[in-house]
Structures are given as C-alpha cells and as structure tokens.
Design a protein around this ligand. Structure first.
Ligand code: SAM
Ligand code: SF4
Length: 352
C-alpha cells in the first residue's frame, strides 16, 4: 500500500502534483457482480473488511471537504448492495457543503420499478446503465452468459430498467439517464448502429467506451480497441453527427445528431487520453483509495486506519489531502508513449 506524502498544506482544496483539483469521488460498494463480462471479470468473493455505512459516509464527507462535488456509486454491481438507498439518504446533508450530484452506474438487471423509485426518493440524481448489445447473442457474449436466451432475458431486463428509471423521474432529456456500452473489436463492434438506434428511439445518450486495459485478467490487446474516431465515423455515416468540445474534467466528448434526435458521447481513454484534467478519486468497497483507474494494485492507500472508532476525526481528511497532493498519475498518456508491461488493479474492484 502507498503511504501519503509528508507535507500537508493549506486549508484550500488541494491540487495534485500536476495542478488538478479533486472533483469526483467514485465509491465502489461491492467488488461482486451478478454478471461476468469477460472484459471485466469481477471477483467472486468480496475482499475482507468491507466498509460500513458510517465509514462510507465518512469517506464521502472527507472527499467533499476536499472539493469533490460529484459522487458516483459503483461496483461490481452496486444494486447488489442492500444499503445503497440508505447511503444515498445519509449523504444528502452534504449538499449544503458542496456535493451537487449523486450518480449510479449499474448493469440494470436488478433495477425493478420499486428500486428505481426508492433510489429517486433517497436522493439519487442520475443513473447510467450498461448494455453492450442490442440482441440476445451479443448481450450474452459481452456479459459472459451461457447462450442467446440468457442474453435475451438480460436485454429485456435492462430495457425494462430503462423504463423503470424513466418512470421514477430519471429524465434522459435532462441527462439523468444514459446508457454505457463498451465496444470491443470483433466481439460487439457490429452493435454500434443497433445500440445507437436503440438509444435514439428512447431519447437516451449512448456513451461509447473504448475497451481499456484495466485489470490483468481480460487479455486486453490494442488490436481489440475500436477508437472513438472510428466509432463516431461509423455512426455518423448513418446518422450525421456534429462534435462538441470535451468539457473540462469530463471523461467523454459529446456529439449531437444533426437531425436533432439527441446525441452520443465517446470515452476515448485509450486513443485520446484526458489525464491532463482528470479530477477523480476512487475508493474501493474495502476502503482503499486509488488516484488512477489504471493504478497498480499495490499503489492504493488503505483508509481503514482513519476509519476506526478510535481514530482522530481529522485524520481521514488529512490522509486524503496528502494522497491528493502526492498524485502524479497520467497513465493513459504514458501508455501512448510506452505501451504494455503494467500490472493493473481489476475494474470491478476499482469501480470503473
Ligand atoms: N456493474 C456496473 C456496470 O456494469 O455498469 C458498474 C461497474 S462497471 C466496472 C462500470 C463500467 O465500466 C461499465 O459501464 C463497464 O462496461 C465498464 N467497463 C468494465 N470493464 C471495462 C474495460 N475493460 N474497458 C472499458 N470499460 C469497462
Ligand atoms: Fe459486472 Fe459491470 Fe463488470 Fe459487467 S462491467 S462484470 S456488469 S461489474
């Protein structure tokens, strides 16, 4: 595990070693998942020492004190976590201290109408669902399911989840409901147009994610990556597109359809790295803080010592401040200069 650097400084929100502020906390609630997408391959067991609700609240509070305005709850599959709604409720008072946005990333298969309403009532602002195909065979291949029938069931569940989320008040037109799709060459790149069509028909923004070399189990190769420019060219040749500039600190660049039917976004972490303004801190389900999605497993900072009942209440904030000060990660940019050879923590553990 990493140890924080020795010189904490002022009361201003900290900047990291490359001058980047903290803006987003991605908090993983579980490392487990009810799917086993081969590009992600989650652990079957939770790591020991999962954080309690109170400890998670303390982590969010400390991150907000350091400048985080956005909280994304993720996993593994966060809907497997029974206290998800309670956590969302518990962090609502932090809105008076700077927390502006609470979002969830989920595969959607467990999102019933009741759960969607409960999440909304608890104070969740936005949901991003993940779906990598628009037919049973493709969904099965991308989600690690046995056959097309299982894929069709999953597809139907996610489509129902889209309806439940919309009915519960997550309005796609306001950016409160989006769809993520990872695109892998030779596995689901034939789904680009069908996925775009599915989203266009429902007014959803489709967020196309370049297949990334997170973790070390998925056998990633640069040849499997479909670049953002290829994805937008292929969709744009069917439905002409117009680009927006990437917003500062955003992971994606947005495009709008020229015919006015909404738009797409592309996460070009491999082909067009955005390390220069990355403002994300990740904390795993067992309380390890990582300052980069592509971090080595051993580079995390275990926050448990500052989360014990006997710990100094200011210690957690100080530890995170020091960690942020010492942050110099720019892995995606470095990958472009010298590809290969890195050992990464797994995606479902880090929370994506
Ligand atoms: N289980 C939830 C889900 O699938 O939305 C949340 C966790 S998942 C790790 C978060 C996001 O990471 C998903 O949209 C998933 O498709 C994406 N993801 C996982 N592995 C990836 C990889 N190797 N490259 C790109 N995106 C990946
Ligand atoms: Fe599960 Fe999400 Fe990983 Fe797929 S991408 S295995 S749904 S955590």
């Amino acid at each position: 595990m990493a140890t924080p650097a020795a010189n904490p400084t002022s009361s201003d929100p900290p900047l990291d070693g490359l001058g980047r502020p903290l803006g987003v906390l991605r908090l993983s609630l579980t490392a487990r998942c009810n799917l086993a997408c081969p590009y992600c391959l989650p652990d079957e067991q939770e790591p020991p020492g999962l954080l309690s609700l109170e400890q998670r609240h303390a982590v969010v509070q400390a991150a907000v004190a350091l400048g985080a305005h956005s909280l994304r709850l993720t996993g593994g599959e966060p809907l497997l976590h029974s206290q998800l709604e309670r956590l969302i409720e518990a962090v609502q008072p932090l809105r008076t201290r700077g927390l502006r946005d609470i979002a969830l990333t989920s595969n959607g298969t467990l999102l019933s109408a009741k759960r969607a309403r409960a999440l909304r009532a608890a104070g969740l602002d936005r949901i991003t669902l993940s779906l990598d195909g628009a037919d049973g065979t493709s969904v099965a291949r991308m989600a690690g399911l046995s056959d097309a029938t299982a894929g069709e069931r999953t597809l139907a569940a996610v489509q129902a989840a889209i309806g439940h989320a919309r009915d519960a008040g997550f309005d796609p037109a306001a950016g409160a409901l989006k769809l993520n799709a990872v695109i892998q060459r030779g596995r689901n790149d034939d789904q680009l147009l069908p996925l775009a069509e599915l989203c266009r028909g429902q007014g959803l923004e489709l967020r196309l994610i370049e297949y990334m070399d997170v973790g070390s189990r998925n056998g990633w190769s640069p040849a499997d990556v479909v670049s953002a420019s290829e994805m937008t060219e292929r969709i744009g040749s069917r439905w002409p597109l117009e680009a927006f500039e990437r917003d500062l600190h955003s992971t994606s660049r947005r495009w709008r359809y020229r015919d006015g039917t909404g738009g797409i976004a592309v996460v070009a972490s491999v082909s067009e790295p955005f390390c220069g303004d990355c403002n994300r801190l990740r904390v795993t389900a067992d309380g390890v803080a990582y300052t980069c999605l592509f971090a080595a497993p051993s580079s995390g900072l275990d926050l448990q010592p500052w989360l014990q009942p006997s710990a100094d209440p200011t210690g957690l904030e100080q530890a995170l401040t020091q960690l942020w000060h010492s942050r110099r990660d720019r892995y995606s940019e470095e990958r472009q200069a010298s590809p290969g050879g890195h050992h990464h923590a797994e995606m479902a553990y880090l929370g994506g």
